[in-house]
Ligand binder design. Sequence first.
Ligand code: SAM
Length: 506
Amino acid sequence: MLERSTEPTIRRNITSPGRYHIWTVGCQMNQADSQRIQTILDELGWEETSMEQANLVILNTCSVRKAPEEKAHNQLAQLKRAKEQRDDLLVALMGCMIGNQKTIDELSKRYPHIDLFMKVEQADILPRFLEERWTPISGAGCLDVEFLPPDAEAAPTEPILPTIAAFNLPLTGKRTVLPMAITPKPGERIAHYPTHIEQAQASPTAWLPIVLGCNKVCTYCIVPYRRGRERSRPVDELVDEGRILVAKGAKELTLLGQTVEAYGLDLPEKPDLAHLMEQLSKVEGLQRIRFMTSYPRHMTEEMIAHMARLPKVCEHLNIPVQSGDDACLRRMKRGYTLDEYREKIASVRKLWPDISLSTDIIVGFCGETEEEFQHTLDLLEEIRFDVVHVAAYSVRPGTVAARWEDDVPLAEKKRRLHALEEVQARIALELNQELVGKVEEVMLEETNASHGRQQWKGRNRTNKWVFFPQPEAEGNTVRQLRPGDLVQVRIEKATSWSLQGCAVGV
Ligand code: SAM
């Protein structure tokens, strides 16, 4: 529950920066974005704190399903009450709830207490925004952010400027309105992403967003409307950032994109994902490279074979299929048939032995019949994915499918979801049991104490969680383990979700 800050308002002084809280929901992309924002605020001297104590609350939102969006609406309602009691609280909104100007207009009408609407590409505005809104006032009012008239001719090819909600400038009553970002036209695209990052926590794993936005138009999906079209970041910028992350302690980088193999298609030199991985592989100290999310049509055999030859690239592919039925895939406008998907999986398995596979599935999409759902269950039995992320279809206003009848009742969606999870739990257990007795390379991520003994937790190369107890000291010879270490672990036990073992090579 938000309360009145105990800090006196006099703290609003440029020599005395405030305190911030970033609230993040959604996917890995959002987590990566929040880390960038955190770096900017830390460098401005702002201190991280709880939501209740913060002077700047940033909500980094997700709209992929209804539930996370509702969470953000709840937070906004609470922040509205808090702002009614405090004049030392700024509220910023970013992430998937930010779409085009129309979305912003609707949100600012409903929530006039939002001070800043920002896309991650616009994070450069934060110092200027805070200078304006957190600087001591000379009696005359806030510093002004220059007013840029919305001009259709001046479509943003440069770093994009944000809209700052103009409703909450009690000291001056001035309105500060900047045009909202729209995705630049093809040929004018710029992936302007905050490059500088300090790792938020000392962690051996780090996210590296390589391509922003999405060019697909899956009928159920809100992402392209909120994240814009694909914009790849240049290879050199990514390699530099990789080096910085490794210097800060990262040992594993996960390359992120909505359809990650589309990387480079919009860049002049057209570097592909495997080329980028090869360049990143040269970063000294980097041990592992992962990537997600894959889209079957963009993966060429040449690309797969190239990635498979790079020792740092881990043998794991997240390749959403969404449905096991051709008619349903057509309604989803996924752009491939099941046979094409099967062929892709077959060629991946041929070119990249021992690769593990995960997928995403939506159950209860518009018009999904019992027979179509059965085809999805059949596909799980046929492909035998290691992990399946299953979601019940959730109508997303503004998408094509939102115009269709959401005709599978919620109870039926839940039944299908549980039925699918049950089948998958058995398959995953069978696959994991095949690893019992084998020795796996595990990168340590964290420890926790259970039953009085310290347990290590990490992932093997195929992205499975592995737990093992801290090795017993033999004389004075036990090595002190640390996050980021690679340890050989003999697998002794398997469940559907993880493996348990003991360290054999430390
Ligand atoms: N770009 C990726 C892809 O190929 O689909 C992932 C996009 S989305 C951020 C992650 C997952 O959310 C999707 O794979 C899909 O299973 C799920 N999803 C997207 N829209 C949904 C909706 N309207 N209802 C339920 N799940 C949805």
